[in-house]
Design a protein around this ligand. Structure first.
Ligand code: ADP
Ligand code: MG
Length: 729
């Protein structure tokens, strides 16, 4: 590569990472050291206060202000002992990332001294100047009245020198202004609904937690290269750039050996995570060059969601220490796989049972089948909401691009379980004969092996795949806050479980035995959710056709997918489950549509600037060099020689002119389209206009620019190229 263009690169690659941990230390020596967990609480708090917090976590009981004072004093002492000087209410506003405003513990006193102060009141509630967080019109900005409130179910932690207290963010009028409130509501409803159903099988089950294990994909690039790309800086993805000669076609990156500089970065990420109790466990190269993945051990969903948000923050902060930049965007590079965030999801009981794992006995497997089939039915009936939950401008690049599941929602369960469901579907209506029931238990339900063979037969093309003991929602984008898909998934399954319970109870009321009633309803569910099941290649054109015949929706763009939030059916469900009120969901919808068009708007402006200020001037400069050369040749060469050797160069001059002209006219037309779109009042219509009339120019313009990249002198080209960004490490 042309060294002079990106001088600091050599410096960057020779960077020696800080020695962040004692090599003789094991993770277990410092794991959770920066979390205010039970162990820390036990050391710093009275038993009475500890019990009160435990009850709040386990039973949702309220914490009184006296106890809150004790907890605050303990937290302060604990965090100061670990070098913290500030505290913050850490929350997840609707921007999708996290927010924090740091306040010092330090308080000056009138006599010239100072004390460290942190009270129960400061722990429990704060009022960030929240007027500039998106609220979808719920709270007038001039009022700016929102507050954060402590969520004791997610433990406080220390990040750097700051004590971070996980909080919810609500308007004074009570509406949720964050991603956490609806998640907590959805988790509460699935706990209630799943516990009631599980009690058909085991009265000892008194609590059900949703569990989440996320897998985070990301790209790393050298910081100096990142800084030289205005598109990466402004939008998180490359808007132009020709594919390198070698992309991912050799499949040589996946699980390959991790470059040393990346490894030292990963080790520091792990160190930071483990101190904060984030159980990251696996790390590896991903499919694309420059792409990697981290995954933790699964946790209770609320904590896992917080941990993923914190994790993304850690990824970015630690990257800077290593002079890397992390790209979390779903599609940083075209023609190369993008990044997703699989959400592995299951339900776990207080008795230690994973409700989505088959067991040893027929009874245990009927419990499994009940939850398994109900979840499929929920996704069948509410596929639109799942589609809405994964919608964003950036995820549009992945869905249906043959690298991630299509924009059609379906469920994969594997051949073994398909057979079981087919058998159950054949059951007769009403009371089952004793022979039939024995046969069923022994030969169908009883035959489900504890470890499913299909565990290996993974279908990577399915958006919602069963993987032996959990479902994997594979369509979530890498930048997403897991709270959103987790809220929707748990809400729809909770509602389905409530319906299931009602339906079974009403059959029991007609005199049917409990087991017969359960079999009957499950059979109905299997029948009515057949359309959503698909075992084939989700990337194929054939699937699009089959899905269309089945009436499954294929919604390739976010603005239209978001519309599913506001259907009568969806609003009814949000209200019925109490997850979001009509006002709240309408506000969210508005925020998301606005975020969409602003995203495309920023990309469009950045692309226009790149073409006019970087690419075209460079191309013209190179074209002048060529023209001058041709002129000189004409002067010094004999006419017939000149005619023979100048043709290719003259062709290039013409081609550069043509590409430049196409790129410029594309930008001009795109700018016009933007002007028209900007005049549209309704957020939704503006979003659609950006999607349908502005975005289509991106590819057209890029095509010309990428052709120019192949022609123009490498020394002159003003931007780092794909081969540099993807391979220099
Ligand atoms: P792999 O997919 O690599 O074979 P696993 O199937 O063990 O590995 O797990 C993949 C991901 O699923 C991990 O992030 C893990 O934490 C998560 N996971 C495993 N079991 C559960 C569960 N019961 N609930 C939620 N997530 C789970
Ligand atoms: Mg996975």
């Amino acid at each position: 590569m042309a060294q002079h263009r990106f001088q600091s690169l050599t410096e960057a690659t020779s960077h020696k990472p800080v020695n962040f941990s004692n090599p003789h230390q094991k993770s277990s020596d410092y794991y959770g050291s920066h979390v205010f967990n039970k162990k820390a609480m036990g050391e710093y708090m009275s038993k009475e206060a500890l019990d009160s917090v435990t009850n709040a976590i386990e039973k949702g009981e309220k914490i009184g202000l006296l106890v809150a004072d004790q907890v605050a004093t303990a937290m302060k002492a604990w965090s100061i002992s670990l070098g913290a000087s500030h505290y913050t209410h850490w929350f997840q506003p609707l921007t999708g990332s996290t927010a924090e405003k740091h306040d010092g513990f330090f308080e000056p006193s009138s006599d010239g001294f100072a004390i460290e102060k942190f009270s129960g009141g400061m722990l429990v509630q704060a009022e960030p100047d929240a007027s500039s967080f998106p609220n979808g019109g719920i709270r007038n900005t001039f009022e700016a009245r929102g507050y954060t409130a402590w969520d004791p179910t997610s433990p406080a932690f220390i990040f750097g020198s700051t004590l971070c207290i996980p909080t919810i963010f609500v308007a004074y009028t009570g509406e949720a202004l964050d991603n956490k409130v609806p998640l907590l509501r959805a988790l509460q409803s699935i706990d209630r609904a799943a516990t009631e159903v599980a009690q058909y099988f085991d009265k000892n089950i008194s609590k059900v937690n949703a569990t989440l294990g996320w897998e985070q994909e990301y790209f790393l690039i050298d910081e100096s290269l990142f800084m030289s790309r205005p598109d990466l800086v402004m939008t998180g993805r490359t808007l132009i750039g020709h594919s390198p000669a070698k992309g991912q076609q050799l499949d040589d990156h996946y699980f390959g050996s991790i470059p040393e500089r990346v490894m030292s970065y990963m080790r520091e990420v792990e160190f930071e995570c483990h101190k904060m109790g984030i159980p990251v466990k696996t790390r590896h190269n991903e499919v694309a060059p420059g792409q990697f993945e981290f995954a933790p051990v699964f946790e209770e969903a609320n904590i896992a969601v917080d941990h993923n948000s914190l994790f993304m923050d850690i990824l970015e902060k630690v990257a800077r220490r290593h002079l890397f930049r992390v790209l979390l965007h779903e599609k940083p590079f075209s023609a190369i796989n993008g990044s997703g965030k699989h959400n592995n999801w299951s339900l776990s009981t207080n008795t230690g049972v994973n409700l989505l794992a088959p067991g040893k006995t027929p009874k245990r497997n009927l419990l499994f089948l009940t939850f398994f089939i109900t979840a499929i039915k929920a996704v069948n009936d509410q596929a639109d909401l799942i589609r809405a939950a994964i919608a964003s401008a950036s995820n549009d690049h992945r869905l249906g691009a043959n690298e991630a599941p299509p924009a059609i929602i379906s469920v994969f369960i594997g051949s073994q379980l398909s057979q079981v469901l087919d058998e159950l579907e054949k059951l007769e209506n009403g009371k089952l004969s004793p022979e039939k029931k024995t046969d069923l238990k022994l030969n169908v339900v009883g035959k489900i092996p504890e470890i499913l063979l299909d565990n290996t037969d993974r279908n990577r093309t399915s958006p919602f795949a069963f993987t032996g003991n959990k479902f994997e929602l594979r369509a979530v984008g890498s930048t997403a806050n897991c709270a959103v898909p987790m809220t929707i998934l748990n809400m729809i399954v909770a509602d389905q479980l409530v319906q299931f319970k009602q339906e079974v109870d009403s059959l029991i009321a007609t005199g049917l035995k409990k087991e017969d009633a359960i079999f009957n309803i499950l059979r109905e569910y299997i029948k009515s959710s057949k359309d959503i099941r698909f075992e084939g290649d989700g990337y194929s054109k054939e699937w699009e056709d089959i899905a269309a015949k089945r009436g499954l929706k294929n919604t390739p763009d976010a603005p239209r997918a978001l519309d599913f939030y506001l259907t009568k059916k969806s609003i009814k469900l949000f209200e019925k489950t109490g997850v979001l009120s009509k006002v709240e969901i309408e506000a969210r919808y508005d925020i998301l549509q606005e975020e969409y068009f602003k995203n495309i708007q920023i990309e469009s402006r950045t692309l226009g600037d790149l073409v006019k200020n970087h690419i075209v001037p460079t191309a013209i400069r190179y074209q002048s060099v060529l023209s001058e050369n041709v002129n000189r040749l004409k002067k010094v060469l004999d006419e017939d020689v000149y005619a023979r050797v100048s043709k290719e160069q003259i062709d290039m001059i013409v081609e550069i002119s043509e590409r430049v002209s196409l790129a410029l006219s594309g930008v001009a037309q795109m700018t016009e389209a933007r002007k028209v779109a900007n005049k549209i009042e309704s957020t939704r219509d503006k979003s659609i206009a950006y999607c349908d009339t502005v975005k289509p120019f991106f590819e057209r313009i890029r095509y010309s620019v990428d052709k120019l990249e192949l022609m123009v002198d490498n020394e002159m080209w003003p931007l780092p190229k794909y081969r540099e960004m993807l391979y220099v490490r």
